[in-house]
Each structure stands twice: as C-alpha cells, then as structure tokens.
Design a protein around this ligand. Structure first.
Ligand SMILES: [Zn+2]
Ligand SMILES: [Zn+2]
Length: 229
C-alpha cells in the first residue's frame, strides 16, 4: 500500500484549530484509507492479500457499508470469506477445534484499517516531537491549539520521554495547559447544561451552542471519538 496514504504533513493538520489535532489526523487518514481500499486498491494484490487475511473491525465494516462502492466491498468480502473457509475451517490434520477457535479469534480481533491508522498516527506523533524540538513556527502552531482529547493527551505526554532533549518541558507544559483549560471549559459548559433542566433556567442560554453541545463535546474529549463532527 502506498505510504503517502497514511501520511499528512503535520503543519497542515496544526494550521487548523478546531477539535483535537490528532483526532483530525486520524479521521483524515481513515477517510483516505476507506476511499483507497474501495477504489484503486481493489486491484492491488498486496492489499488484497492483507485484507483477506486480516479483515476489519465492526466500526470499519459499518463505515464501508455506508460508503458507495458496493461491488468493491463485496469482491473484498468474497475473497476474505474464501480465505476463512480455507484457513480457519481447513480439513487438515492438527486443525483442532481449539486451533480453529484461535484462528477465528485472530481474524475477529484484527482490522486492516485500524492497523494502517495506527501506523500513520504513530509516525506522525514522532514527527510532532521532532518538529517541536526543531522548528519555532511549529512550536507556535502547537502552543496555539485550542484542545487535545484525553486519550491523545495521554499518548503525547507518555510517548515524549527522551525524544525531546531541549523542549520537552515546554511541550509538556503547553500540552497540559491546553488540555486542562479545555477540560475546565467543558466542566463549566456541562454544569450550565445540567442547570437548563431547572425550571428557573434562563431561557437565553438554551440557544448557546457551547452549552447545548457540551454532552457530545465531553464524550468526544473523554473517548477521542469525534462522531463525524
Ligand atoms: Zn484526539
Ligand atoms: Zn478498524
């Protein structure tokens, strides 16, 4: 599979300032991979060998079902099933029930798209550390982000060890400041949201989008799922 599908220039991602930048990266990579495997990749034998073996997770089957390209999806499913029939259910010596169970579990637990996203994200996080360490413009871009979700905050802060010799503490301080400020603003908004249920609530606040969206925004912050927003 072409490497550039899983790669976006990090400065491009950080030039935007809406939601968690790592979530943005992930969503862009995911969309590109889905478009790719339901398009050009259909004819690429190396991709088909992998999708036949690995399959997809529930979420990505759903996303592919919601995408145009029924024929491409069905062709991919056809050869994936063929592989399962020949591998998991093979009438071979030593393919005991427990062996069949193990092979089925491996397929059920793996996802071609999740694997590629993980590959793309981990490389891009390395690039973020490197750019922060070496480029002032990127540091400014990073420091002016409005939010990071909690799972990506965790990933960025726990992965930085030893990779940033000069700007490590500046990176950690800014990342923590941005995430903490955002978490506090969510707390304020969700508190106001809860208060809307009080019969004495000010009617004017019912139209404030930050308050009205605070439940979805908090779930997105805690889970790192952007719900297509
Ligand atoms: Zn995120
Ligand atoms: Zn998946």
């Amino acid at each position: 599979m072409r490497d550039d599908i899983c790669t976006i220039p990090v400065s491009e991602v950080f030039e935007e300032n809406d939601g968690c930048p790592i979530c943005r990266m992930r969503d862009t990579i995911e969309q590109r991979i889905i478009t790719y495997i339901l398009g050009d990749a259909m004819m690429e034998p190396d991709v088909r060998i992998e999708t036949n073996k690995i399959g997809f997770c529930e979420m990505h089957y759903d996303k592919m079902l919601a995408t145009r390209g029924r024929l491409q999806l069905s062709l991919m499913l056809q050869t994936h099933l063929d592989e399962i029939n020949n591998e998991v259910f093979a009438k071979k010596l030593f393919n005991s029930y427990s062996k069949k169970g193990q092979k089925a579990a491996k397929i059920s637990e793996s996802c071609f798209i999740c694997d590629k996203i993980e590959y793309g994200i981990s490389r891009m996080i390395e690039t973020i550390y490197r750019c922060y360490e070496n480029e002032k413009d990127f540091r400014d871009l990073f420091n002016s982000q409005s939010q990071f979700c909690l799972p990506h905050y965790e990933r960025l802060i726990n992965g930085m060890n030893k990779k940033m010799s000069h700007y490590g503490s500046e990176f950690a301080n800014n990342l923590s400041r941005i995430t903490c400020d955002y978490s506090k603003s969510l707390y304020e908004n969700i508190t106001k949201y809860c208060a809307l249920y009080d019969y004495r609530a000010e009617k004017g606040k019912m139209n404030d989008p930050e308050i009205l969206n605070s439940v979805e925004d908090t779930v997105a912050f805690l889970s790192g799922k952007t719900n297509g927003k």
